[in-house]
Design a protein around this ligand. Structure first.
Ligand code: IPM
Ligand code: MN
Length: 360
């Protein structure tokens, strides 16, 4: 059956890294004769500028009918002063919520050749390979009630951190299953020493562990995990956490690997529909200079082939081409201290030639 793909380049370097990814995608479509129906739309600030909204109803409709959404990045200083509903980030939050993309997989791994790009000492960081499973459609990001109350004194703002047992079970299930396919260690992260919602989270995850006797389950407080990720990141295999804590922990984990420009992510719902995006943002400071690293976006395409397009073979080929790219010494600006580096548009042709080599 024809699979539907929606490409949403977005803003800033989102445009540049998506172009590189598109080249790799089109190469594989031609090589394999894959039957894909591809649409492309603006999102975030670039959608706001044209249509007055960061996500049009039309785009949301196409997204709902897509198997995989390849999302670049959104945001930029020119849209920072917009009111809440018009901010570029709202597009991202609305897509996650409307498609029920509750499971956010954020791998953090190190190519050992890049260890010197990591802020950590080589011996601490070598062989890093962690998967953060972040809950993405609940918790304090979406909890009600929420608001800003201006007509009382003092004025106040408030949000609600809330999880019901079904939401915890479905994300924990994804994490336990991921651990089963990896090194069978799962660390559940919350603040059970302070927050009732966390105490409840811990009790549900503990209850579920009896269904996965092979998985070694541990619990950690989020502040400690932030510290441990820096002190001894290799103690982790899979980490599962809520929307807010997972957001923070995944930024720490990503930066360990040397460059956030290397790491992909997947956001999935229960029918293997997914949105795939690099962990980095729109990087307005370097946008338009042609120096962004498109590897995270290309690796996100690999995740799309694995989780939504039933082509794990192509996922592995892209990943192995990326590995060879690094081991052959190709470096974009973010992963080298040298003045010699390759530009964004040079990356895809190299990846494509490695895909060709690997295939023959
Ligand atoms: C992320 C981002 C988003 C989040 C923002 C842009 C809404 O930081 O994907 O991690 O907080 O989830
Ligand atoms: Mn974030």
């Amino acid at each position: 059956m024809t699979k539907n793909i929606l490409i949403l380049p977005g803003d800033g370097i989102g445009q540049e890294v998506t172009s590189a990814m598109r080249e790799v995608l089109h190469y594989l479509i031609d090589e394999q004769g894959i039957d894909l129906n591809i649409s492309e739309r603006d999102v975030g600030g670039s959608s706001y500028d044209q249509f007055g909204t960061p996500l049009t109803e039309e785009t949301l409709g196409i997204a709902k009918n897509s198997d995989a959404i390849l999302f670049g990045a959104v945001g930029g200083p020119q849209w920072d002063d917009l009111d809440w509903d018009h901010r570029p980030e709202q597009a991202l939050l609305a897509l996650r919520k409307s498609l029920g993309l509750f499971a956010n997989l954020r791998p953090a791994f190190l190519f050992n050749e890049l260890a010197s790009a990591s802020p950590l000492k080589n011996n601490i960081i070598e062989n890093l390979d962690i998967l953060i499973v972040r809950e993405l459609t609940g918790g304090i990001y979406f909890g009600e009630p929420r608001g800003i109350v201006e007509n009382e004194s003092p004025k106040y703002g408030f949000n609600t951190m809330i999880y019901n047992e079904d939401e915890i079970r479905r994300i924990a299930k994804v994490a336990f299953e991921a651990a089963m396919n990896r090194n069978k260690k799962l660390c559940s992260v919350e603040k059970a020493n302070v927050l009732e919602v966390s105490k409840f989270w811990r009790s549900i995850v503990t209850e579920m562990s009896s269904e996965y006797p092979e998985v070694e389950l541990s619990h950690q407080l989020a502040d400690n995990t932030a510290m441990q990720l820096v002190l001894n990141p290799n103690q982790y295999d899979v980490i599962v956490s809520s929307n807010l804590f997972g957001d923070m922990l995944s930024d720490i984990a990503a930066t360990l690997s040397g460059s956030i420009g290397m790491l992909p992510s997947a956001s999935l719902n229960s029918s293997s529909q997914g949105m795939y995006e690099p962990c980095h943002g729109s990087a307005p400071d370097i946008a338009g200079q042609g120096i962004a690293n498109p590897i995270a976006m290309i690796a996100s395409l690999a995740m799309a082939f694995e989780y939504s397009l039933d082509r794990i073979d192509l996922a592995r080929r892209i990943e192995s081409a990326i590995k060879t790219f690094i081991s052959n010494g190709f470096r974009t600006k973010d992963i080298t201290t040298s003045e010699e580096f390759i530009k964004t548009h040079e990356v895809a042709p190299i990846i494509v030639s490695l895909l060709k080599d690997g295939h023959e």
